[in-house]
Design a protein around this ligand. Structure first.
Ligand SMILES: Nc1ncnc2c1ncn2[C@@H]1O[C@H](COP(=O)(O)OP(=O)(O)O)[C@@H](O)[C@H]1O
Ligand SMILES: [Mg+2]
Length: 344
C-alpha cells in the first residue's frame, strides 16, 4: 500500500475496564507513525454510544470535539459512512462488549479487517468456564473448577482457600480469595453482581507468570519471553496491584529453569491455537513450586499501553511497541485477505 494505512482505534466501551481501555488506546494513537498511518479514534461510551474522534491525537480520546453517533449494532447506512473508508480497525477494548466477540461480530458484519481474535475465540477466551473446558479437551493443563449457573446451589468441592470469580470479566473485578466457609456465600453474591455464571476454582499456590503471543495460524505464532508478576505486598494480583502506581513488578524472564520457561512458551502457543486465537494474546499461568505449569487464562485484548505487560514482554524479546502495532495491523490485513478467499 503506497498511501497511508487508515486505522480506526476503538476505545472505551461498556465494561468496567472502560478507563483502562482509553489509556491503552491513547498509547496506541501516540505510537502509530503518522507518516504511515492515518488514524481516527472512536470512543465508545459506557452507555454504548459511539463518538467519532477527529484525528490521531491524545485529545481525540480525552473528551471534547467528537461528533456523537448512535451505536452501530447493525450494518445500516451508518456503518459504511463510518467504517467503509477504514483499512483496519484496532479494537482496544477490554472485557465484556469489546473483548468478548461482540464488537468483532459487528466488524465481521461490516466486512472490515480488525486486529486480534475473531468472534468465537474472543467469546471463548472471555468465558473462564468454557475456556477451561476447551483447554482440558486439548491437553492444556488448567485449574479445577465448578461453574455455578443461575439457580444452582453453591458448592465448593475444593476446600479452602478457594477463588470465586465472575465467568466473564477482567481486571480482578468481582473476584474474592475465600479463606473459609463463612466468606463463600458473600463471595458468590459479589461475583453474581457481575455475571450470571460464577466459578469456584481450586487455589493454585506458586508463581504467577505471563507470556505474550503474536501471530496467525500460518506461519505459526511466536511466544515472547515470559515475565513473573510480583504482587509485592498484595496477597494476590487484585485490582489495586494491577493498576496502582507501584502495585506490582514485572520480572523478565522469571527466575525459573530454562525448561520451565520453554514449557510456558509452548503452552502459550498451544492455548492460543486451541482457542483459535489470531493476532495477539497474553496467556497467564501459575507455576507451582514443583515446576508444574498451569494455564490460568488467556486475554485476547490484554492491557495495551506501551508500559503494559504485553508490550514489555515483547520489548524484552526484541520487538518494540511500534513494531508490535505494525505486525498486528499486517496480521489483521492478512487474515482478512485469506478469509475473503473462502466461499460461504
Ligand atoms: N485459582 C487461583 N489460584 C490462585 N490465585 C488465583 C486463582 N484464580 C485467580 N487468582 C488470582 O486472582 C487474579 C485474577 O484472576 P483471573 O482469573 O486472572 O481474573 P482476571 O480476568 O480478572 O484477571 C490472578 O491473577 C491471581 O492473582
Ligand atoms: Mg488475569
Amino acid at each position: 500500500m503506497n498511501r497511508r494505512v487508515r486505522v480506526a482505534v476503538l476505545a472505551g466501551g461498556r465494561s468496567s475496564e472502560h478507563d483502562i481501555s482509553l489509556a491503552s488506546a491513547r498509547s496506541v494513537l501516540e505510537a502509530l507513525d503518522p507518516e504511515r498511518y492515518e488514524a481516527v479514534s472512536v470512543a465508545i461510551g459506557r452507555d454504548g454510544r459511539w463518538e467519532l474522534g477527529p484525528a490521531a491525537s491524545r485529545q481525540a480520546l480525552v473528551g471534547a470535539g467528537g461528533s456523537p453517533a448512535e451505536t452501530l449494532p447493525i450494518p445500516t447506512e451508518t456503518v459504511p459512512a463510518t467504517l467503509a473508508a477504514i483499512d483496519v480497525v484496532l479494537p482496544i477494548l477490554h472485557g465484556p462488549f469489546g473483548e468478548d466477540g461482540t464488537v468483532q461480530g459487528l466488524l465481521e458484519l461490516a466486512d472490515v479487517p480488525y486486529v486480534g481474535a475473531g468472534v468465537a475465540a474472543s467469546a471463548l477466551s472471555m468465558d473462564k468456564d468454557l475456556f477451561k473446558k476447551v483447554m482440558r479437551d486439548s491437553g492444556v493443563p488448567v485449574a479445577k473448577h465448578v461453574a455455578l449457573r443461575l439457580g444452582d446451589a453453591i458448592e465448593n468441592p475444593f476446600g479452602y482457600p478457594v477463588f470465586v470469580k465472575p465467568a466473564r470479566l477482567g481486571s480482578s473485578v468481582g473476584i474474592t480469595k475465600v479463606h473459609d466457609e463463612r466468606e463463600l456465600g458473600p463471595a458468590v453474591e459479589l461475583a453474581q453482581q457481575h455475571d450470571e455464571k460464577v466459578l469456584v476454582e481450586e487455589f493454585l499456590a506458586g508463581m504467577e507468570v505471563e507470556c505474550g503471543v503474536l501471530g496467525n495460524r500460518v506461519p505459526p505464532p511466536i511466544a515472547s519471553l515470559p515475565g513473573r508478576i510480583d504482587t509485592l505486598d498484595h496477597e494476590w494480583y487484585d485490582y489495586a496491584s494491577k493498576y496502582d502506581e507501584g502495585g506490582m513488578e514485572l520480572v523478565i524472564p522469571p527466575e525459573l529453569p530454562q525448561e520451565t520457561i520453554e514449557r510456558v512458551q509452548q503452552l502459550s502457543i498451544d492455548a492460543f491455537v486451541a482457542s483459535e486465537c489470531e493476532g495477539m494474546a497474553r496467556v497467564d499461568f501459575f507455576v507451582r513450586d514443583d515446576g508444574e505449569v498451569i494455564v490460568n487464562e488467556l486475554n485476547t485484548i490484554p492491557g495495551f499501553t506501551a508500559t503494559s505487560v504485553y508490550a514489555k514482554l515483547f520489548e524484552a524479546s526484541g520487538i518494540t511497541y511500534p513494531e508490535l502495532l505494525d505486525r498486528l495491523v499486517q496480521l489483521a490485513l492478512e487474515r482478512h485477505e485469506r478469509k475473503s478467499q473462502l466461499r460461504y
